[in-house]
Write a protein that binds this ligand. Structure first.
Ligand code: NAX
Length: 328
């Protein structure tokens, strides 16, 4: 039989973890016939709760689940891992300044970046979901000099899926009818969901919608603020949809994007579309065999230009802040 693929998940006892682990174990990430070994990282006080989650994974009797290891030391948990889903992060608590948040997460992502550098398998692919996702990915990448930069990514697929849902509702289509939608920039309220290149059932989305007011005052802010709206409604942040997006992102990276479409992924910029080189920013990308490429040659109008620039300026500020904290 085949050697199991080792998939690390951090923050495994958290809310996203509770949805994510069961989907990975059921084959949603690698396919139902690929054996998977879960490597679950938590902080020491959460290990007991994680043991309970492991009991439930055992009790689900997933056919493709080949093994589970848990621990609080990334140097052990990341040993030989092929895929790392970095979900665990330090949330902003009351009275915490932005600098404190970056510093607390810096402490996590420097250590995890080094541990991946020293212990992960040669084919490692890394997805950062924990916020601030783009900058956490930048910190991890900077602390893993032996891992090629293009193996690091941050999640904007949830934003992409949220934008698909909004556009589908507006046009009376299904999300699967929509192609070539893009999230640009940071996974934050400055992100820019771009439908100027999108198609709905093969037709230009922007022409079908034909409603500038909806675009500017409904679609864009609704997508940008969807996370807050879910917290307001549920009393807890999005978890199942974030887990689903983490799977979509990583699965499509490994298995390839569909012909005639692209994905939104935050990846290291090569300067394309005026995004400063080295920032981890969301782009339209195509993927094949575990590699990604930024879609080239798209025309960017003034409306889009201003919004892409605003979001990448925020990313540059975050980079400067963590650089000043010596985290890069
Ligand atoms: P929870 O607070 O429920 O779970 C986080 C878990 O991470 C906790 O169990 C905690 O013990 C663990 N953890 C903390 N530090 C750790 C470390 N150093 N090593 C290992 N584990 C550690 O949060 P949850 O709702 O699961 O969200 C996790 C992260 O995803 C948060 O940062 C959240 O902001 C972020 N999100 C990102 C999204 C995205 O689209 N990129 C959307 C959803 C979500 O808001």
């Amino acid at each position: 039989s085949t050697t199991p693929v080792k998939v690390a998940v951090t923050g495994a006892a958290g809310n996203i973890g509770y949805s994510l682990l069961f989907r990975i174990a059921s084959g949603a990430l690698l396919g139902p016939d690929t054996p998977v070994e879960l490597r679950l990282l938590e902080i020491t006080p959460a290990l007991k709760a994680l043991e309970g989650v492991v009991m439930e994974l055992d009790d689900s009797a997933f056919p493709a689940l080949a093994g589970i290891e848990i621990g609080d030391d990334p140097n052990v948990v990341f040993d030989g891992v092929n895929v790392a889903l970095l979900v665990g992060a330090r949330p902003r608590t009351k009275g915490m300044e932005r600098g404190d948040l970056l510093e607390a997460n810096g402490a996590i992502f420097t250590v995890q970046g080094k541990a991946l550098n020293d212990h992960a398998a040669d084919d490692i692919r890394i997805t950062v979901t924990g916020n601030p996702a783009n900058t956490n990915a930048l910190i991890a990448k900077s602390n893993a000099p032996d891992i090629p930069a293009e193996r690091f990514s941050a999640l904007t697929r949830l934003d992409h899926n949220r934008a698909l849902a909004q556009l589908a509702k507006k046009t009376g289509a299904h999300t699967t009818d929509i192609k070539k939608l893009t999230i640009w920039g940071n996974h934050s309220a400055t992100q820019y969901p771009d439908i100027f290149h999108a198609e709905v059932g093969g037709k230009s989305a922007i022409e079908l919608v034909n409603d500038q007011n909806w675009l500017e005052n409904d679609f864009i802010p609704t997508t940008q603020k969807r996370g807050a709206a879910i917290i307001e409604a549920r009393g807890a942040s999005s978890a199942a949809s974030a887990a689903a997006a983490t799977i979509d992102h990583t699965r499509d990276w490994l298995r390839g994007s569909a012909e005639g479409d692209w994905l939104s992924m935050a990846v290291v910029s090569d300067g394309s579309y005026g995004v400063p080189e080295g920032l981890i920013s969301s782009f339209p990308v195509t993927t094949k065999d575990g590699n990604w490429e930024i879609v080239q040659g798209l025309e960017i109008n003034d409306f889009s230009r201003a919004r892409i620039d605003a979001s990448t300026a925020e990313l540059a500020e975050e980079r400067d802040a963590v650089q000043a904290l010596n985290l890069l």
